[in-house]
Each structure stands twice: as C-alpha cells, then as structure tokens.
Design a protein around this ligand. Structure first.
Ligand SMILES: Cc1cc2nc3c(=O)[nH]c(=O)nc-3n(C[C@H](O)[C@H](O)[C@H](O)COP(=O)(O)O)c2cc1C
Length: 322
C-alpha cells in the first residue's frame, strides 16, 4: 500500500465489501463533497479511474461479485451511479464531475470484452443525472495502451456534459484538441507538477522544467514542491497532484459562481479585461493562465476517493467573460 509519508507499507488482506459497507461508502462520498464545499471548493471530481474503488467495481477483472454490484454491465455501473446520485443530491449536479479510465491498466485493471458498452452505458446514465463532466484519462504517454480515438469520440457524443481530455498534452496539442472539438477542456498532470507556474510559462512560451520521474510516487516534498519557478517572485504551490484546465467553450460557464464571475469580470487590472468574443481559443486559454498566475498558487486537495478542484482552476473564468 502506497502512503504519502512512508512510501510502500504492508496492508491487510482485502475482503469483499458488505452491502452495509457499500451504503457507508456512498454516504461518505456525499459527506466529503458537502465538506469540500463548506471548505470553499466549487466542486468535486469523483475518482472513478486508475484502479480506485469505483473503477474496481466497474472492472470485471477485479469485480467478481455475484450480487447486485457485479455480474453485468448494470451491476458493475451501480456503485458509480449510486455515488454520483448521492453526491449530486448533496451538492448539486453542476458541481460534480467524474474521472474515468476505460482501457486503463492500473492497480489490477485492464481492458475487458464489454469495456465499450460498459462505459457508454455509464455515460448515458451520468448524462441523465446531469453530471457536470467526464474527465477521461489516457495514460498512453506514460506507457499504457492508448484509449481508442473512436471510443473517446463515442463517449463524448454519448454524454451531455463537459468532456475533459487528459494525458500527454502540451500547450499546442491542447489547443489543437479544443479546436478539433475532441474535448471541451484539457487537463495537465506532469507538466503542472514540474511547473508550479505552468500557466505563466505557457502564456510566455517559456521553457518548461522536465518532470523528475524518479520522484514520482515517493514520500516527502521532493519532486512535488521544489521545482524552480520561472518567475523569480513566484513561490511554488504545495501541489500534491493537480491539473489546470483551459477551454474556450461557453459550456464552461456552468462552473461559474457569482463570486468567481465578479472576480474575473470586474475591476481594473483584471487579467480578463482584454478577453472578448473576438479573441481566439488560444487567448482564452492564456487569459485563464493570466488569472491563475497573477494570484496566489492554486490549492489542491486529494483524498483516496474524491479529488477536489479549487475555483482558481475552474474554467468558468474563460467563458463568463466571453
Ligand atoms: C506523481 C503523480 C501522481 C499522480 N497521482 C494520481 C492520482 O492520485 N490519481 C489519478 O487519477 N491520477 C494521478 N496521476 C496521473 C495524472 O493525474 C495524469 O492523469 C497523468 O499524469 C497524465 O497526464 P499528463 O500526461 O499531463 O502528465 C498522477 C501522476 C503523477 C505523475
């Protein structure tokens, strides 16, 4: 078991969850989401990817249950949907997204024969719940098998909310993906980890620090908070794991809260004052970068089951001013 402070540690032998355990887990997600909002976050992203609990139930290589939580596409989707429904009931559908990694190979998961049908069915049900976004992970840039392009497009077409792409992007390829309408938003992992001022660097086309792979998934601060800033006056954020998301899409306005909208649109010196509908998507991304880089570093919090996104990295700020 990987821990943040001590690295790999021994763990007890896993046992199948009882239905009472599952009910507790569903409630815990809803409670965690409420607490996140109380703590000042705008929304939560359910972690349904990379071998975390929700994906363990989605994936029949791991899920050998024969009760209502396994044995069929509907059974394996059930936990994800119960958690999504409870979280939506707790904080509202426009504040809940989910991270998914179909075709992913992580922590015992892998491709399975019904993978396409499984996730297309899930996306349809998540659409009916009105979930804000699906955040699709493709770790082929990290050595995993790629998520087929036609499947990504089908998943996007089958989901009514925002579609976030992640994996192997740089500024140019992110812009191109948005222009090609392959996704509504692009998330960055390693570039942001190695560059706490990533958005400022992208804005200026400055060189990026390469990530130090040797420090990935290691305990302690090294490799998380000690990458040198490009701007001398910028101190590194305490990034455990984070993303920045750029989008010119007007759909992103669903993230907007009155306060973030005011912050972005009012006042002299707002980085958004030059952003209007006549500007292209590149400028939209850059304007968001400006907003982020001119303020204090964004804050990220991660729990085993819920990833939280601060308002500072939500894409509303691009769209509310367009
Ligand atoms: C050190 C490190 C820790 C990560 N931790 C998580 C995690 O806890 N949960 C998760 O879903 N992805 C995690 N990821 C994967 C990233 O979120 C992202 O999907 C991946 O790095 C691909 O994006 P990139 O090509 O922009 O780096 C981690 C990646 C790195 C490098």
């Amino acid at each position: 078991m990987l821990t943040d402070t001590l690295g790999m540690q021994p763990h007890s032998v896993p046992r199948a969850m009882t239905e009472a355990d599952i009910a507790d887990t569903v409630r815990e997600h809803a409670t965690a989401a409420k607490l996140a909002l109380e703590a000042g976050f705008d929304g939560v992203e359910l972690h349904g990817a990379n071998g975390c609990l929700i994906e363990q139930v989605l994936n029949p290589i791991i899920n050998s249950r024969t009760d209502g939580y396994g044995g069929s596409i509907e059974g394996r989707n059930r936990l994800a949907l119960e958690i999504a429904r409870a979280t939506v009931a707790a904080i509202g559908r426009d504040r809940v997204g989910i991270r998914l990694s179909p075709f992913g190979v992580c922590n015992g998961t892998g491709e399975f024969p019904e993978v396409r049908a499984q996730y297309l069915t899930l996306a349809k049900s998540l659409s009916e719940l009105g979930l804000l976004d699906i955040h699709l992970v493709d770790h082929s840039a990290m050595g995993a098998a790629p998520v087929p392009t036609d499947f990504k497009l089908a998943l996007r077409a089958g989901f009514n909310g925002l579609f976030i792409l992640c994996g192997g992007f740089d500024c140019a390829s992110a812009e191109q993906a948005l222009i090609d309408k392959r996704g509504d938003l692009i998330a960055f992992g390693r570039p942001f980890l190695a560059n706490p001022d990533l958005v400022a660097r992208m804005r200026k086309d400055a060189p990026l620090n390469p990530p130090d792979v040797a420090t990935f998934y290691t305990p302690g601060a090294k490799g998380y908070t000690d990458y040198p800033p490009w701007r001398p006056d910028y101190s590194a954020a305490a990034l455990l794991h984070g993303h920045v998301v750029n989008s010119p899409s007007s759909k992103c306005g669903r993230w907007a809260s009155p306060s973030t909208k005011r912050a972005a649109c009012s006042g002299r010196g707002s980085p958004f004052q030059s952003l209007d509908a006549s500007e292209n998507s590149s400028n939209a991304a850059i304007a968001l970068a400006a907003y982020i880089s001119d303020g204090p570093p964004p804050m990220y919090v991660a729990t085993p089951s819920v990833s939280l996104t601060s308002s500072r990295v939500t894409p509303s700020l691009t769209s509310v001013c367009m």
